[in-house]
Design a protein around this ligand. Structure first.
Ligand code: ZN
Length: 295
């Protein structure tokens, strides 16, 4: 199942829907109401519902039979598939090829940092910043795990049961602030610096999350290319590791690290400016194209 959030006019709060194979979007709360099943509007609330997957399937079946809650994909705008996560957790240096490229030792444990939830922005939104604040904006192609079921002190072998699905993310980073501040909070947390989407693909449809091609194209040129088979810490280990320290809740986002080829370490460096476009692709999860602009 592909879960997203959509709106029909700019004034609307986004609502959670399913992108179906025929290209239409089913509003879960509308189709659910027609079928007598209560389903909430926000993805974070949906994922917190008991048995949400079955309820959503029933709503989609009802929509296919009756047309209730069905929208043409061209008639809706895509918001971020999760707009109000409690947490956005990120992992540094988690690709074997990236660590080797920079002559960094393979870490013994994941190195976590975070982005504020207010960084999250949608697949049709522009990432923007004040060029007086930062001159070194960079891209990071990432596979993002979306938590489905609360996870507290879970073992790695049960950790994937707590993941609802995956989406594509770009861990946009202001390198001058990130490296100049002595810690990363400001450089990683500018407004709009976490585009995600276009949809969440549920775990049953992704298959093995540790065998997915991942890439970033900057203005059409491929600058990052790897596979999640190079992840040092897998999704199961990361979820377990996080959950020993803090409770992961439905809708929390886990950015799983980026492969080699980010702009700041290139010769010469490739830094983003007004009018640039970055496409992050994760095989079987989706393609996220983001425009960048000064504001
Ligand atoms: Zn990152």
């Amino acid at each position: 199942m592909q879960l997203g959030q959509y709106h029909t006019t700019d004034a609307d709060e986004p609502w959670c829907g399913v992108a179906t194979e025929d290209g239409s979007i089913v509003s879960l709360s509308e189709a659910g109401a027609a079928a007598g099943i209560h389903l909430p509007d926000a993805t974070t609330d949906l994922l917190a519902e008991w048995n949400w997957r079955r309820k959503a399937e029933l709503a989609v079946e009802h929509a296919a039979e009756t047309g209730a809650g069905v929208y043409d994909a061209d008639a809706v705008d895509r918001a971020a598939p999760v707009t109000n996560p409690q947490k956005v957790v990120c992992v540094g240096l988690n690709y074997r090829d990236h660590a080797e490229e920079g002559d960094n030792p393979i870490p013994d444990e994941p190195v976590l940092f975070s982005k504020f939830p207010t960084t999250v922005t949608g697949p049709e939104d522009t990432v923007s910043w004040d060029p007086d604040l930062t001159q070194k904006v960079d891209y990071e192609a990432e596979l993002v795990a979306v938590i489905g079921e609360e996870a507290r002190r879970v073992d790695p072998d049960e950790a994937l049961d707590h993941v609802a699905g995956f989406t594509v993310g770009n861990d946009v980073s202001a390198r001058d602030l990130q490296h100049g501040d002595g810690q990363w909070v400001r450089g990683k947390s500018l407004d709009s610096f976490a585009p995600i989407g276009p949809e969440i693909v549920t775990t049953d449809e992704v298959g093995d999350p540790h065998d997915l091609a991942i890439s970033a194209d900057v203005n059409g040129e491929r600058l990052q290319e790897s596979s999640t088979s190079n992840l040092i810490f897998g999704i199961d280990e990361l979820v377990s590791f996080c959950s020993q320290a803090f409770t992961l809740t439905p809708g929390d986002l886990l950015f799983t690290g980026t492969p080699p080829g980010v702009g700041v370490y290139r010769e010469p460096p490739v830094l983003l400016g007004d009018g640039d476009t970055v496409t992050v692709t994760v095989d079987g999860v989706g393609e996220l194209t983001t425009d960048f602009a000064f504001d």
